[in-house]
Design a protein around this ligand. Structure first.
Ligand code: HPA
Length: 289
């Protein structure tokens, strides 16, 4: 299959102009809702909703449980834009295409991106329903060459070689952990390393053991491309995974994740996670650069 041509700066600006002509909001905070976590977008008040298929040049998501809308509105008293439904590598998109919304958010003035996801617990101490604050990641898909920034670099967005030693903002991680304490959710909070795999299969026991050995705490099929492009354009990043299942590292057991389980656990724990994020957004400072 021939590679689809990439969007140019002009294309991104076209999407920006279209959205700016339709919404009164100019948010500084962008949120990506992970699998089963779309309820966060429903908490926005005075919302303005744009289905992806109505936005020019926007990809459309194909997974059940992912609605596919960009929602602008107020959360915790702040203007935000939420992606209700994101794009996944396993749907067949090239890595750069997954990150179109991040560059659009950047052009619209978003300075902080909050990325949520469902993930499997590789760390055996983790329980279903825990929230993992992402401290660092391993982009297994990216390391293998399916990296969103492979190809010509657009210097107007960011530099060619992006340092990745400080991706997940420490101040935001502290804010979320402190707020979780206030909300009496601190028992659910973990902090660890997220690994992106391509999916759509869940991991074999040998793969889970391998991930454990290389220092992974939670594994999922998203997050790294968006976060990488957000850092490329200088945005501040916070990431959090809901642990929807324990990864199975033993043989001959009937236990194991299913998409239904991932969505069901998401639904049960979602309210708590949404409340936590809403409270944190309300407290966030808004960097101007
Ligand atoms: N593996 C990969 N992705 C996931 C999992 C998992 O166990 N659970 C939710 N997303």
């Amino acid at each position: 299959m021939a590679e689809e041509s990439r969007l140019t700066r002009k294309d991104y600006e076209e999407i920006q102009t279209d959205l700016e002509s339709k919404t009164k909001y100019r948010p500084k905070i962008g949120i990506i809702c992970g699998s089963g976590l779309g309820g966060l977008a429903d908490r926005l008040t005075d919302a303005e909703t744009f289905p992806y298929e109505k936005i020019p040049k926007f990809p459309v998501s194909t997974v059940p449980g992912h609605a596919g809308q960009l929602v602008f509105g107020l959360l915790g008293g702040k203007e935000v834009v939420c992606m209700k439904g994101r794009f996944h590598f396993y749907e067949g998109y090239p890595a750069w295409k997954l990150t179109i919304p991040i560059r659009v958010m950047h052009l619209m003035g978003v300075k902080t991106v909050i990325v949520t996801s469902a993930a499997g617990g590789v760390n055996q101490q983790y329980n279903v329903g825990d929230f993992m604050v992402i401290k660092d990641h391993i982009n297994m898909v990216g390391l293998g060459g399916n990296h969103p920034l492979v190809g010509p670099n657009d210097d107007s967005f960011g530099e060619r070689f992006v340092p990745m030693s400080k991706v997940y903002d420490k101040g935001l991680r502290e804010l979320v952990k402190g707020t979780a304490k206030e909300l009496k959710l601190d028992e659910l909070i973990r902090e660890g390393v997220y690994c992106m795999v391509s999916g759509p299969t869940y991991e074999t026991p040998a793969e889970v053991r391998y991930l454990e050995k290389i220092g992974v705490d939670a594994v999922g099929m998203s997050t790294c491309p968006e976060v990488t492009v957000a850092r490329h354009c200088g945005m501040r990043v916070f990431g959090m995974s809901l642990i929807t299942n324990k990864c199975v590292s033993v043989y001959d057991t009937d236990e194991g994740p299913s998409h239904q389980e991932v969505l069901r656990i998401g639904a049960e724990a979602a309210t708590k996670m949404e409340k936590l994020i809403e409270t944190c957004v309300g407290k966030m400072d808004e960097p101007s650069t």
